[in-house]
Design a protein around this ligand. Structure first.
Ligand code: GLV
Length: 322
């Protein structure tokens, strides 16, 4: 008999078909976001699950699921997993690293450039019928070329973002839990390792791409925003909760920093509505990895992990320390 799995959210139909050659699949193509109680109910008879960040896999859930053996997250981030609890309950966990690095880095640049050059703000103005003439000082923004790019979180995506800055003749400074090797720094446009305070003080454009954890909660709050240049932009590609959104709203409102580009928010998708009243913020709905090819690669990567894990092989992207 094939093991039973839950695909907890809507997914590409051909990936469901692929999974169903290995498993009895319960799918959710209606894309209902299950409550913890519904998720426990759906997972009760399942050996595995393919999840996204909306599914919290924690101790309370695992206590109710003695049959569960593996959960494959279709995301590189896995802050929705309680890994120590999963290890304790003997449940394997995996994520989808690498396949999204370049697409996410591309998007980081798109968001940073839209923010610095006021692209969405000026488009709204144009669509609103306000464009009657050209003026020398309409929508003056900040240059990317020749400026200093500050990156907090210099993992694979941070390095891919840094690599792209060579064509813009930018200086790259970064802060990370650990320093890169000199070879990695050279490939990342000769990025220089500095303290978090130096990144905040020197960056013309600040890019946040670090994993979320209790340790990185509110890496950027009022005190950090106060250290930034008033002309600086901030781009958050990482996770809601890395930035204190209330503090950022205050900083944008008072022009303490020039502008922000945000793909992630605290409490998303019910983000703080005060962002909507600000012109100097570019808002996107958590789509940094959303190219057709990359989302497919992520879905297939999660499927590969689940297929390996539930057939007794080591999942290629195993996270759990069992
Ligand atoms: C997206 O946010 C991911 O973690 O892959």
């Amino acid at each position: 008999m094939k093991p039973a799995i839950l695909v907890a959210r809507a997914i590409f139909p051909d990936v469901l078909t692929r999974l169903s050659t290995h498993f009895e699949v319960e799918s959710n193509q209606e894309d209902i976001i299950f409550s913890p109680t519904q998720l426990a109910e759906k997972l009760r008879d399942k050996a595995g699950a393919l999840t996204t960040s909306s599914a919290r896999i924690n101790r309370e859930l695992l206590q109710q699921l003695p049959n569960l053996k593996m959960v494959a997250n279709m995301a590189v981030g896995y802050d929705n997993f309680d890994l120590p609890a999963m290890a304790e309950f003997g449940v394997q966990a995996s994520n989808t690293p690498d396949v999204l690095n370049e697409t996410t880095a591309d998007f980081g640049w798109a968001l940073m450039m839209a923010t610095a050059r006021r692209i969405t703000e000026s488009e709204h103005w144009l669509r609103d019928g306000q464009w009657h003439k050209w003026r020398y000082d309409y929508f003056l923004g900040a240059d990317l070329h020749g400026s200093t790019l500050g990156i907090i979180g210099m993992g694979r995506i941070g390095q891919a973002i840094a690599r792209r800055s060579t064509g813009f003749n930018m200086k790259v400074i970064y802060h990370n839990r650990s320093r890169l090797s000199s070879e990695q720094e050279a490939l990342a446009n000769h990025a220089q390792y500095v303290s978090k305070e130096e990144v905040l003080r020197q960056a013309d454009h600040l890019m946040l791409i670090l994993p979320y954890s209790t340790a990185s909660h509110h890496t950027i709050g009022a005190a950090e925003l106060a250290q930034m240049k008033p002309t600086a932009t901030l781009t958050n590609l990482a996770r809601g909760g890395i930035v204190d959104d209330q503090a950022l709203i205050a900083a944008l409102r008072t022009n303490q920093i020039a502008a922000a580009g945000l793909d992630v928010f605290e409490n998303e998708p019910r983000f703080n509505p005060d962002f909507l009243s600000l012109k100097n913020v570019v808002l996107t709905p958590h789509i940094a990895s959303a190219s057709e090819a990359t989302r497919r690669a992520m879905a297939n990567c999660a499927a590969d992990n689940l297929i390996a894990g539930l057939s007794g092989q080591r999942p290629p992207n195993l996270l759990t320390l069992l």
